[in-house]
Write a protein that binds this ligand. Structure first.
Ligand code: FAD
Length: 516
Protein backbone atom coordinates (compact mmCIF):
# COMPACT_ATOMS: atom_id res chain seq x y z
CA UNK A 1 0.00 0.00 0.00
CA UNK A 2 1.21 3.45 -0.80
CA UNK A 3 2.12 5.04 2.53
CA UNK A 4 0.67 8.31 1.29
CA UNK A 5 -2.78 6.74 0.95
CA UNK A 6 -2.88 5.70 4.65
CA UNK A 7 -5.64 7.19 6.78
CA UNK A 8 -4.47 10.28 8.62
CA UNK A 9 -5.40 8.72 12.05
CA UNK A 10 -2.68 6.08 11.69
CA UNK A 11 0.26 8.17 13.00
CA UNK A 12 -1.78 9.05 16.14
CA UNK A 13 -2.59 5.36 16.69
CA UNK A 14 1.09 4.62 16.37
CA UNK A 15 1.84 7.40 18.78
CA UNK A 16 -0.69 5.93 21.27
CA UNK A 17 0.78 2.43 21.13
CA UNK A 18 4.14 3.98 21.61
CA UNK A 19 3.13 5.30 25.08
CA UNK A 20 5.05 3.64 27.86
CA UNK A 21 2.97 1.57 30.31
CA UNK A 22 4.49 3.66 33.10
CA UNK A 23 2.54 6.66 31.70
CA UNK A 24 -0.69 4.75 32.26
CA UNK A 25 0.34 3.81 35.77
CA UNK A 26 1.31 7.40 36.63
CA UNK A 27 -1.96 8.62 35.20
CA UNK A 28 -3.90 6.23 37.45
CA UNK A 29 -1.72 7.12 40.43
CA UNK A 30 -2.35 10.83 40.00
CA UNK A 31 -6.02 10.70 38.96
CA UNK A 32 -8.31 12.50 41.39
CA UNK A 33 -10.89 9.73 41.33
CA UNK A 34 -10.76 6.55 43.46
CA UNK A 35 -9.61 3.76 41.13
CA UNK A 36 -9.49 0.04 41.85
CA UNK A 37 -8.62 -2.86 39.53
CA UNK A 38 -9.92 -6.30 40.50
CA UNK A 39 -9.87 -9.81 39.18
CA UNK A 40 -13.02 -11.45 37.81
CA UNK A 41 -14.35 -12.08 41.35
CA UNK A 42 -13.81 -8.52 42.56
CA UNK A 43 -10.66 -9.29 44.49
CA UNK A 44 -8.60 -6.09 44.59
CA UNK A 45 -5.34 -6.10 42.62
CA UNK A 46 -4.61 -2.38 42.58
CA UNK A 47 -5.89 0.83 44.23
CA UNK A 48 -4.64 4.36 43.57
CA UNK A 49 -3.86 7.04 46.19
CA UNK A 50 -7.25 8.73 45.61
CA UNK A 51 -8.89 5.41 46.65
CA UNK A 52 -6.88 5.59 49.87
CA UNK A 53 -7.90 9.24 50.41
CA UNK A 54 -11.61 8.41 49.99
CA UNK A 55 -11.80 5.04 51.82
CA UNK A 56 -8.96 5.30 54.33
CA UNK A 57 -7.61 1.91 53.13
CA UNK A 58 -3.98 1.95 51.92
CA UNK A 59 -2.88 -0.22 48.99
CA UNK A 60 -1.40 -2.69 51.50
CA UNK A 61 -4.75 -2.85 53.39
CA UNK A 62 -6.85 -3.29 50.26
CA UNK A 63 -4.92 -5.43 47.78
CA UNK A 64 -5.90 -9.08 48.10
CA UNK A 65 -9.16 -8.23 49.81
CA UNK A 66 -12.59 -8.24 48.08
CA UNK A 67 -14.30 -5.03 46.96
CA UNK A 68 -17.04 -5.86 49.46
CA UNK A 69 -14.46 -4.65 52.00
CA UNK A 70 -15.76 -1.13 51.54
CA UNK A 71 -19.44 -2.10 51.44
CA UNK A 72 -21.52 -0.60 54.28
CA UNK A 73 -23.76 -3.70 53.98
CA UNK A 74 -26.82 -1.47 53.60
CA UNK A 75 -27.11 -1.33 49.81
CA UNK A 76 -30.10 -3.46 48.72
CA UNK A 77 -29.17 -6.89 47.32
CA UNK A 78 -31.10 -6.17 44.13
CA UNK A 79 -28.57 -3.41 43.32
CA UNK A 80 -25.68 -5.85 43.51
CA UNK A 81 -27.59 -8.46 41.51
CA UNK A 82 -28.18 -6.02 38.67
CA UNK A 83 -24.56 -4.73 38.94
CA UNK A 84 -23.14 -8.22 38.56
CA UNK A 85 -25.61 -9.16 35.81
CA UNK A 86 -24.42 -6.22 33.77
CA UNK A 87 -20.66 -6.49 34.29
CA UNK A 88 -20.61 -10.27 33.77
CA UNK A 89 -22.36 -9.58 30.46
CA UNK A 90 -19.41 -7.42 29.45
CA UNK A 91 -21.17 -4.08 29.99
CA UNK A 92 -20.31 -1.13 32.18
CA UNK A 93 -22.41 -0.41 35.25
CA UNK A 94 -22.91 2.98 36.92
CA UNK A 95 -24.82 3.68 40.08
CA UNK A 96 -24.77 4.71 43.69
CA UNK A 97 -23.78 2.47 46.63
CA UNK A 98 -23.41 3.06 50.37
CA UNK A 99 -19.77 2.44 51.32
CA UNK A 100 -17.94 2.46 54.65
CA UNK A 101 -14.53 3.98 55.25
CA UNK A 102 -11.87 2.32 57.27
CA UNK A 103 -12.84 4.47 60.27
CA UNK A 104 -16.39 3.12 60.03
CA UNK A 105 -18.05 6.24 58.62
CA UNK A 106 -20.49 5.61 55.78
CA UNK A 107 -20.43 7.61 52.55
CA UNK A 108 -22.32 7.57 49.30
CA UNK A 109 -20.25 6.41 46.32
CA UNK A 110 -20.98 7.23 42.70
CA UNK A 111 -19.38 4.18 41.06
CA UNK A 112 -18.68 3.05 37.52
CA UNK A 113 -17.42 -0.51 36.90
CA UNK A 114 -16.01 -1.36 33.50
CA UNK A 115 -15.11 -4.92 32.50
CA UNK A 116 -11.57 -5.20 31.04
CA UNK A 117 -11.36 -7.90 28.38
CA UNK A 118 -8.39 -9.72 26.87
CA UNK A 119 -7.74 -10.01 23.13
CA UNK A 120 -10.23 -12.92 22.89
CA UNK A 121 -13.03 -10.91 24.55
CA UNK A 122 -12.93 -12.67 27.92
CA UNK A 123 -13.31 -10.47 30.99
CA UNK A 124 -10.19 -10.77 33.01
CA UNK A 125 -10.40 -7.72 35.23
CA UNK A 126 -12.77 -5.01 36.38
CA UNK A 127 -11.93 -1.33 36.59
CA UNK A 128 -13.81 0.51 39.35
CA UNK A 129 -13.89 4.31 39.62
CA UNK A 130 -15.81 6.08 42.32
CA UNK A 131 -16.32 9.48 43.96
CA UNK A 132 -17.65 10.41 47.37
CA UNK A 133 -20.90 12.25 46.57
CA UNK A 134 -22.28 12.40 50.14
CA UNK A 135 -22.28 16.20 50.19
CA UNK A 136 -23.77 16.50 46.71
CA UNK A 137 -26.47 14.02 47.71
CA UNK A 138 -27.25 16.02 50.86
CA UNK A 139 -27.60 19.17 48.78
CA UNK A 140 -29.80 17.36 46.25
CA UNK A 141 -31.96 16.09 49.09
CA UNK A 142 -32.22 19.55 50.61
CA UNK A 143 -33.29 21.00 47.25
CA UNK A 144 -35.81 18.16 46.76
CA UNK A 145 -37.15 18.61 50.30
CA UNK A 146 -37.45 22.34 49.90
CA UNK A 147 -39.18 21.89 46.54
CA UNK A 148 -41.63 19.39 48.07
CA UNK A 149 -42.19 21.72 51.04
CA UNK A 150 -42.75 24.75 48.81
CA UNK A 151 -45.04 22.73 46.53
CA UNK A 152 -47.15 21.54 49.46
CA UNK A 153 -47.37 25.10 50.85
CA UNK A 154 -48.22 26.48 47.40
CA UNK A 155 -50.75 23.70 46.82
CA UNK A 156 -52.54 24.09 50.15
CA UNK A 157 -52.52 27.91 50.05
CA UNK A 158 -56.01 29.31 49.41
CA UNK A 159 -54.45 31.49 46.70
CA UNK A 160 -54.43 30.79 42.99
CA UNK A 161 -50.87 30.75 41.72
CA UNK A 162 -49.72 30.51 38.11
CA UNK A 163 -46.33 31.11 36.57
CA UNK A 164 -46.42 32.32 32.97
CA UNK A 165 -43.54 32.23 30.52
CA UNK A 166 -42.61 34.94 28.03
CA UNK A 167 -45.37 33.72 25.68
CA UNK A 168 -47.92 34.04 28.52
CA UNK A 169 -48.26 30.26 28.73
CA UNK A 170 -48.82 28.74 32.16
CA UNK A 171 -45.75 26.68 33.02
CA UNK A 172 -46.48 26.06 36.71
CA UNK A 173 -49.68 26.26 38.73
CA UNK A 174 -51.13 25.11 42.03
CA UNK A 175 -54.15 23.17 43.21
CA UNK A 176 -56.39 26.24 43.67
CA UNK A 177 -55.61 27.35 40.12
CA UNK A 178 -56.41 23.90 38.71
CA UNK A 179 -59.70 23.89 40.61
CA UNK A 180 -60.74 27.23 39.08
CA UNK A 181 -59.73 25.89 35.67
CA UNK A 182 -62.10 22.93 36.18
CA UNK A 183 -64.83 25.35 37.31
CA UNK A 184 -64.28 27.39 34.16
CA UNK A 185 -64.74 24.30 31.97
CA UNK A 186 -61.01 23.78 31.43
CA UNK A 187 -60.47 27.27 30.07
CA UNK A 188 -57.19 28.82 31.21
CA UNK A 189 -58.09 31.17 34.11
CA UNK A 190 -54.81 33.15 33.78
CA UNK A 191 -55.77 34.56 30.38
CA UNK A 192 -59.24 35.50 31.60
CA UNK A 193 -57.94 37.10 34.79
CA UNK A 194 -55.29 39.08 32.89
CA UNK A 195 -57.87 40.27 30.34
CA UNK A 196 -60.32 41.25 33.09
CA UNK A 197 -57.50 43.12 34.86
CA UNK A 198 -56.91 45.10 31.66
CA UNK A 199 -53.49 43.53 31.04
CA UNK A 200 -53.10 42.95 27.30
CA UNK A 201 -51.14 39.89 26.15
CA UNK A 202 -48.92 42.19 24.08
CA UNK A 203 -48.01 44.50 26.97
CA UNK A 204 -44.24 44.95 27.27
CA UNK A 205 -42.91 44.28 30.74
CA UNK A 206 -40.79 47.17 31.92
CA UNK A 207 -40.86 46.33 35.62
CA UNK A 208 -37.70 45.06 37.33
CA UNK A 209 -37.75 41.48 38.67
CA UNK A 210 -39.69 41.42 41.94
CA UNK A 211 -41.70 44.53 41.02
CA UNK A 212 -45.47 44.41 40.84
CA UNK A 213 -46.98 45.04 37.42
CA UNK A 214 -50.29 45.43 39.21
CA UNK A 215 -51.28 44.82 42.79
CA UNK A 216 -54.57 43.88 44.48
CA UNK A 217 -56.58 44.58 41.33
CA UNK A 218 -60.16 43.36 41.68
CA UNK A 219 -61.47 41.38 38.72
CA UNK A 220 -64.77 39.71 38.06
CA UNK A 221 -65.15 36.41 36.20
CA UNK A 222 -68.54 35.36 34.86
CA UNK A 223 -69.65 32.09 33.37
CA UNK A 224 -73.02 30.79 32.31
CA UNK A 225 -73.87 28.20 34.94
CA UNK A 226 -72.51 30.30 37.80
CA UNK A 227 -75.33 31.82 39.84
CA UNK A 228 -73.30 34.94 40.53
CA UNK A 229 -70.06 36.34 39.16
CA UNK A 230 -66.90 35.49 41.10
CA UNK A 231 -64.52 38.18 42.30
CA UNK A 232 -60.76 37.89 42.69
CA UNK A 233 -58.12 40.22 44.05
CA UNK A 234 -55.14 39.72 41.73
CA UNK A 235 -51.50 40.68 41.61
CA UNK A 236 -48.94 40.24 38.85
CA UNK A 237 -45.24 40.36 39.57
CA UNK A 238 -42.27 40.06 37.26
CA UNK A 239 -39.80 37.27 38.19
CA UNK A 240 -36.60 35.93 36.67
CA UNK A 241 -34.60 32.70 36.84
CA UNK A 242 -31.16 31.64 35.66
CA UNK A 243 -31.11 29.86 32.33
CA UNK A 244 -29.87 26.31 33.13
CA UNK A 245 -28.82 25.36 29.60
CA UNK A 246 -25.14 24.74 28.77
CA UNK A 247 -25.09 27.83 26.55
CA UNK A 248 -25.69 30.01 29.59
CA UNK A 249 -22.97 28.36 31.78
CA UNK A 250 -20.38 31.07 31.31
CA UNK A 251 -22.55 33.89 30.04
CA UNK A 252 -25.31 34.25 32.59
CA UNK A 253 -28.69 34.43 30.93
CA UNK A 254 -31.99 35.16 32.64
CA UNK A 255 -35.47 33.96 31.80
CA UNK A 256 -38.39 36.32 32.44
CA UNK A 257 -41.64 35.01 33.96
CA UNK A 258 -44.84 36.52 35.30
CA UNK A 259 -46.16 35.30 38.62
CA UNK A 260 -49.91 35.67 38.87
CA UNK A 261 -51.58 35.34 42.27
CA UNK A 262 -55.29 35.70 42.93
CA UNK A 263 -57.41 35.43 46.07
CA UNK A 264 -61.12 34.83 45.72
CA UNK A 265 -63.05 37.64 47.40
CA UNK A 266 -66.57 36.77 46.21
CA UNK A 267 -67.88 36.36 49.78
CA UNK A 268 -66.23 39.57 50.92
CA UNK A 269 -67.73 41.42 47.95
CA UNK A 270 -71.16 39.94 48.74
CA UNK A 271 -70.85 41.16 52.35
CA UNK A 272 -69.70 44.60 51.20
CA UNK A 273 -72.54 44.70 48.69
CA UNK A 274 -75.03 43.74 51.39
CA UNK A 275 -73.81 46.56 53.65
CA UNK A 276 -73.85 49.01 50.73
CA UNK A 277 -77.41 48.00 49.85
CA UNK A 278 -78.50 48.39 53.48
CA UNK A 279 -76.95 51.87 53.55
CA UNK A 280 -78.58 52.72 50.20
CA UNK A 281 -81.93 51.48 51.44
CA UNK A 282 -81.61 53.78 54.46
CA UNK A 283 -80.59 56.75 52.28
CA UNK A 284 -83.48 56.12 49.88
CA UNK A 285 -85.99 55.66 52.72
CA UNK A 286 -84.87 58.99 54.23
CA UNK A 287 -85.04 60.64 50.80
CA UNK A 288 -88.53 59.23 50.25
CA UNK A 289 -89.62 60.45 53.68
CA UNK A 290 -88.38 63.98 52.97
CA UNK A 291 -89.75 63.97 49.41
CA UNK A 292 -93.10 62.72 50.76
CA UNK A 293 -93.18 65.53 53.30
CA UNK A 294 -92.26 68.10 50.65
CA UNK A 295 -94.93 66.64 48.35
CA UNK A 296 -97.65 66.64 51.04
CA UNK A 297 -96.90 70.18 52.17
CA UNK A 298 -96.72 71.44 48.58
CA UNK A 299 -100.02 69.71 47.79
CA UNK A 300 -101.65 71.22 50.90
CA UNK A 301 -100.36 74.70 49.99
CA UNK A 302 -101.51 74.20 46.37
CA UNK A 303 -104.98 73.19 47.52
CA UNK A 304 -105.28 76.02 50.06
CA UNK A 305 -103.99 78.69 47.70
CA UNK A 306 -107.12 78.37 45.49
CA UNK A 307 -109.80 79.18 48.10
CA UNK A 308 -107.63 81.82 49.77
CA UNK A 309 -107.17 83.56 46.41
CA UNK A 310 -110.96 83.45 45.84
CA UNK A 311 -111.62 84.92 49.32
CA UNK A 312 -108.89 87.46 48.70
CA UNK A 313 -110.64 88.64 45.49
CA UNK A 314 -113.97 88.78 47.36
CA UNK A 315 -112.37 90.92 50.07
CA UNK A 316 -110.98 93.27 47.43
CA UNK A 317 -114.41 93.61 45.85
CA UNK A 318 -116.12 94.24 49.20
CA UNK A 319 -113.43 96.73 50.15
CA UNK A 320 -114.11 98.73 46.98
CA UNK A 321 -117.83 98.91 47.87
CA UNK A 322 -117.52 99.85 51.54
CA UNK A 323 -114.48 100.32 53.71
CA UNK A 324 -116.42 99.93 56.92
CA UNK A 325 -118.31 96.78 56.10
CA UNK A 326 -117.62 94.55 59.17
CA UNK A 327 -117.90 91.46 56.96
CA UNK A 328 -115.14 92.81 54.72
CA UNK A 329 -112.90 93.32 57.70
CA UNK A 330 -113.62 89.82 59.01
CA UNK A 331 -112.85 88.32 55.61
CA UNK A 332 -109.70 90.41 55.26
CA UNK A 333 -108.59 89.06 58.67
CA UNK A 334 -109.41 85.55 57.51
CA UNK A 335 -107.34 86.03 54.31
CA UNK A 336 -104.42 87.42 56.31
CA UNK A 337 -104.65 84.48 58.73
CA UNK A 338 -104.85 82.05 55.79
CA UNK A 339 -101.81 83.59 54.11
CA UNK A 340 -99.91 83.51 57.38
CA UNK A 341 -100.83 79.83 57.69
CA UNK A 342 -99.63 79.25 54.08
CA UNK A 343 -96.39 81.02 54.91
CA UNK A 344 -96.02 78.79 57.96
CA UNK A 345 -96.57 75.70 55.82
CA UNK A 346 -94.04 76.94 53.23
CA UNK A 347 -91.43 77.42 55.93
CA UNK A 348 -92.08 73.85 57.10
CA UNK A 349 -91.15 72.39 53.71
CA UNK A 350 -87.82 70.62 54.33
CA UNK A 351 -85.03 71.94 52.10
CA UNK A 352 -83.97 69.85 49.15
CA UNK A 353 -81.06 67.56 50.05
CA UNK A 354 -77.62 68.90 49.21
CA UNK A 355 -75.50 66.65 47.08
CA UNK A 356 -72.12 67.01 45.35
CA UNK A 357 -72.00 66.42 41.62
CA UNK A 358 -69.77 63.52 40.59
CA UNK A 359 -69.13 61.09 37.73
CA UNK A 360 -71.77 58.40 38.04
CA UNK A 361 -72.33 55.09 36.29
CA UNK A 362 -75.96 54.98 35.17
CA UNK A 363 -75.71 51.20 34.78
CA UNK A 364 -74.65 50.86 38.40
CA UNK A 365 -77.46 53.12 39.60
CA UNK A 366 -80.04 51.07 37.70
CA UNK A 367 -78.48 47.84 39.00
CA UNK A 368 -78.81 49.23 42.54
CA UNK A 369 -82.45 50.09 41.91
CA UNK A 370 -83.19 46.60 40.60
CA UNK A 371 -81.40 45.08 43.58
CA UNK A 372 -83.40 47.29 45.96
CA UNK A 373 -86.66 46.39 44.22
CA UNK A 374 -85.94 42.65 43.78
CA UNK A 375 -88.19 41.59 46.63
CA UNK A 376 -91.21 43.66 45.45
CA UNK A 377 -90.68 42.64 41.80
CA UNK A 378 -90.52 38.95 42.73
CA UNK A 379 -93.56 39.27 45.00
CA UNK A 380 -95.52 40.82 42.11
CA UNK A 381 -94.34 38.07 39.70
CA UNK A 382 -92.72 40.59 37.38
CA UNK A 383 -90.13 39.31 34.92
CA UNK A 384 -87.25 41.75 34.56
CA UNK A 385 -85.31 42.10 31.35
CA UNK A 386 -82.20 44.15 32.06
CA UNK A 387 -80.04 45.08 29.06
CA UNK A 388 -77.25 47.44 30.09
CA UNK A 389 -74.94 48.88 27.45
CA UNK A 390 -71.61 47.07 27.72
CA UNK A 391 -69.76 50.39 27.55
CA UNK A 392 -71.45 53.47 28.87
CA UNK A 393 -69.71 56.78 29.58
CA UNK A 394 -70.00 58.27 33.06
CA UNK A 395 -72.60 60.95 33.65
CA UNK A 396 -71.71 64.02 35.68
CA UNK A 397 -74.60 64.23 38.12
CA UNK A 398 -76.15 63.72 41.53
CA UNK A 399 -76.15 59.96 42.24
CA UNK A 400 -78.75 59.96 45.03
CA UNK A 401 -81.22 62.10 43.10
CA UNK A 402 -80.80 60.00 39.98
CA UNK A 403 -81.20 56.77 41.98
CA UNK A 404 -84.34 58.15 43.65
CA UNK A 405 -85.71 59.10 40.23
CA UNK A 406 -85.02 55.66 38.70
CA UNK A 407 -86.51 53.99 41.79
CA UNK A 408 -89.67 56.11 41.51
CA UNK A 409 -90.02 55.19 37.80
CA UNK A 410 -89.50 51.47 38.51
CA UNK A 411 -92.00 51.71 41.40
CA UNK A 412 -94.52 53.37 39.01
CA UNK A 413 -94.07 50.50 36.53
CA UNK A 414 -94.39 47.94 39.29
CA UNK A 415 -97.61 49.49 40.59
CA UNK A 416 -99.07 49.79 37.10
CA UNK A 417 -98.67 46.04 36.53
CA UNK A 418 -99.36 44.82 40.05
CA UNK A 419 -103.11 45.03 39.61
CA UNK A 420 -105.39 42.12 40.41
CA UNK A 421 -106.07 40.11 37.26
CA UNK A 422 -103.31 41.78 35.19
CA UNK A 423 -101.45 38.95 33.47
CA UNK A 424 -98.64 40.53 31.47
CA UNK A 425 -95.96 41.48 33.91
CA UNK A 426 -92.71 42.39 32.23
CA UNK A 427 -90.29 45.16 33.01
CA UNK A 428 -87.64 46.05 30.43
CA UNK A 429 -84.74 48.22 31.43
CA UNK A 430 -82.00 49.20 29.03
CA UNK A 431 -79.24 51.73 28.62
CA UNK A 432 -77.55 52.92 25.47
CA UNK A 433 -74.74 55.28 24.59
CA UNK A 434 -76.03 57.80 22.06
CA UNK A 435 -74.17 60.53 20.16
CA UNK A 436 -72.91 62.70 22.99
CA UNK A 437 -75.24 61.23 25.57
CA UNK A 438 -76.88 58.39 27.43
CA UNK A 439 -80.37 56.99 26.94
CA UNK A 440 -82.33 54.96 29.47
CA UNK A 441 -85.56 53.12 28.66
CA UNK A 442 -87.93 51.89 31.36
CA UNK A 443 -90.76 49.94 29.81
CA UNK A 444 -93.59 48.06 31.48
CA UNK A 445 -96.38 45.88 30.14
CA UNK A 446 -99.04 47.57 32.27
CA UNK A 447 -102.14 49.42 31.00
CA UNK A 448 -100.06 52.45 29.89
CA UNK A 449 -101.04 56.14 29.96
CA UNK A 450 -103.72 57.23 27.44
CA UNK A 451 -102.34 59.48 24.68
CA UNK A 452 -104.40 62.48 25.74
CA UNK A 453 -102.97 62.34 29.27
CA UNK A 454 -99.32 61.88 28.38
CA UNK A 455 -98.40 65.55 28.52
CA UNK A 456 -100.48 66.24 31.62
CA UNK A 457 -98.78 63.31 33.39
CA UNK A 458 -95.82 65.61 34.03
CA UNK A 459 -97.94 68.33 35.67
CA UNK A 460 -97.51 68.55 39.42
CA UNK A 461 -100.35 66.88 41.37
CA UNK A 462 -101.70 65.12 38.29
CA UNK A 463 -102.47 61.45 38.89
CA UNK A 464 -104.36 58.80 36.95
CA UNK A 465 -104.61 56.80 40.14
CA UNK A 466 -107.77 57.09 42.13
CA UNK A 467 -108.04 57.17 45.88
CA UNK A 468 -105.40 59.85 46.66
CA UNK A 469 -103.52 58.81 49.76
CA UNK A 470 -100.05 57.80 48.60
CA UNK A 471 -100.49 59.21 45.12
CA UNK A 472 -100.20 62.91 45.05
CA UNK A 473 -99.19 62.90 41.41
CA UNK A 474 -95.75 64.44 41.86
CA UNK A 475 -93.65 61.36 40.84
CA UNK A 476 -93.30 62.20 37.14
CA UNK A 477 -92.98 65.92 37.75
CA UNK A 478 -90.20 65.27 40.29
CA UNK A 479 -88.54 62.93 37.78
CA UNK A 480 -88.80 65.66 35.16
CA UNK A 481 -87.18 68.09 37.60
CA UNK A 482 -84.29 65.68 38.23
CA UNK A 483 -83.86 65.04 34.48
CA UNK A 484 -83.89 68.80 33.83
CA UNK A 485 -81.33 69.41 36.56
CA UNK A 486 -79.05 67.04 34.63
CA UNK A 487 -79.74 68.87 31.38
CA UNK A 488 -81.76 65.85 30.29
CA UNK A 489 -85.19 65.01 28.97
CA UNK A 490 -87.89 62.64 30.12
CA UNK A 491 -90.73 61.64 27.84
CA UNK A 492 -93.38 59.01 27.46
CA UNK A 493 -92.47 57.19 24.28
CA UNK A 494 -95.32 57.54 21.80
CA UNK A 495 -93.90 54.76 19.65
CA UNK A 496 -94.22 52.14 22.35
CA UNK A 497 -96.80 49.42 21.77
CA UNK A 498 -98.51 48.24 24.88
CA UNK A 499 -97.78 49.50 28.37
CA UNK A 500 -95.74 52.54 29.18
CA UNK A 501 -92.23 53.32 27.97
CA UNK A 502 -90.36 56.13 29.67
CA UNK A 503 -87.37 57.44 27.73
CA UNK A 504 -84.73 59.43 29.56
CA UNK A 505 -81.92 61.08 27.67
CA UNK A 506 -78.98 62.82 29.26
CA UNK A 507 -76.30 64.82 27.48
CA UNK A 508 -72.73 64.29 28.66
CA UNK A 509 -71.31 67.37 30.34
CA UNK A 510 -67.84 68.47 31.48
CA UNK A 511 -67.14 69.29 35.10
CA UNK A 512 -67.71 73.00 34.23
CA UNK A 513 -71.21 72.15 33.00
CA UNK A 514 -70.49 72.46 29.26
CA UNK A 515 -71.45 69.74 26.83
CA UNK A 516 -68.74 67.06 26.54
P1 FAD B 1 -22.00 -10.71 47.15
O1 FAD B 1 -22.29 -9.70 46.11
O2 FAD B 1 -22.82 -11.97 47.08
O3 FAD B 1 -20.54 -11.09 47.08
C1 FAD B 1 -20.01 -12.30 47.43
C2 FAD B 1 -18.76 -12.51 46.63
O4 FAD B 1 -19.00 -12.94 45.33
C3 FAD B 1 -17.97 -11.25 46.47
O5 FAD B 1 -16.63 -11.63 46.31
C4 FAD B 1 -18.49 -10.70 45.16
O6 FAD B 1 -17.64 -9.75 44.64
C5 FAD B 1 -18.57 -11.96 44.37
N1 FAD B 1 -19.58 -12.06 43.31
C6 FAD B 1 -20.89 -11.80 43.45
N2 FAD B 1 -21.55 -12.01 42.28
C7 FAD B 1 -20.57 -12.44 41.42
C8 FAD B 1 -20.55 -12.82 40.07
N3 FAD B 1 -21.71 -12.85 39.34
N4 FAD B 1 -19.42 -13.14 39.46
C9 FAD B 1 -18.26 -13.12 40.14
N5 FAD B 1 -18.19 -12.77 41.44
C10 FAD B 1 -19.33 -12.43 42.07
N6 FAD B 1 -19.46 -3.16 46.32
C11 FAD B 1 -19.62 -2.19 47.23
O7 FAD B 1 -20.46 -2.33 48.14
N7 FAD B 1 -18.92 -1.03 47.14
C12 FAD B 1 -17.97 -0.81 46.19
O8 FAD B 1 -17.36 0.25 46.16
C13 FAD B 1 -17.77 -1.83 45.23
N8 FAD B 1 -16.88 -1.64 44.25
C14 FAD B 1 -16.69 -2.64 43.34
C15 FAD B 1 -15.72 -2.47 42.36
C16 FAD B 1 -15.52 -3.47 41.41
C17 FAD B 1 -14.44 -3.26 40.33
C18 FAD B 1 -16.28 -4.65 41.45
C19 FAD B 1 -16.02 -5.70 40.40
C20 FAD B 1 -17.22 -4.83 42.44
C21 FAD B 1 -17.44 -3.86 43.38
N9 FAD B 1 -18.40 -3.99 44.41
C22 FAD B 1 -18.56 -3.01 45.33
C23 FAD B 1 -19.25 -5.17 44.47
C24 FAD B 1 -18.71 -6.15 45.45
O9 FAD B 1 -17.83 -7.01 44.75
C25 FAD B 1 -19.77 -7.03 46.14
O10 FAD B 1 -20.56 -7.66 45.14
C26 FAD B 1 -20.66 -6.23 47.04
O11 FAD B 1 -19.89 -5.45 47.89
C27 FAD B 1 -21.54 -7.14 47.86
O12 FAD B 1 -20.79 -8.02 48.56
P2 FAD B 1 -21.38 -9.11 49.50
O13 FAD B 1 -20.24 -9.80 50.13
O14 FAD B 1 -22.34 -8.44 50.41
O15 FAD B 1 -22.21 -10.15 48.63
Amino acid sequence: MNPESKPSAAPEAMQQTALDSSVFRETLEQADVAVSITDGKANILYVNPAFTRVTGYSAEDAVGRNQSLISNKTTPRTVYTSLWRKITNGQSWSGRLVNRRRDGTPYLADLTITPVQDASGVTVNYLGMHRDITLLHELECQVRNQKALIESVVDTAPVLIALLDANRRVVLDNHAYKKLMADLGMQEPAQQILAAAGFASTTLIEEEPGEFIFHDREVCLERSGWATPRWFSCSLVSVEEDDATADAFFVRQRRRYLLLTAIEITNLRAEQEKSRMAALRAVLAEAERIDGLRESLSAAIYQLEGPINVISSAVAMLARRSQSEPMAQALADAVAAGQAALENLRSEIPPARFEEREAVSVNELLRDVLELSTRSLLAAGIVVNWTPASRLPSLLGYPNRLRTMFKALVDNALEAMNVKGWRERELHLSTRATRGGIEVLIEDSGPGIPAELRLRAFEPFFSTKKGGGRHLGTGLSAAQQTANDHGGLIEIDEAAGRGCRIRLSFPLRNSDGGLA
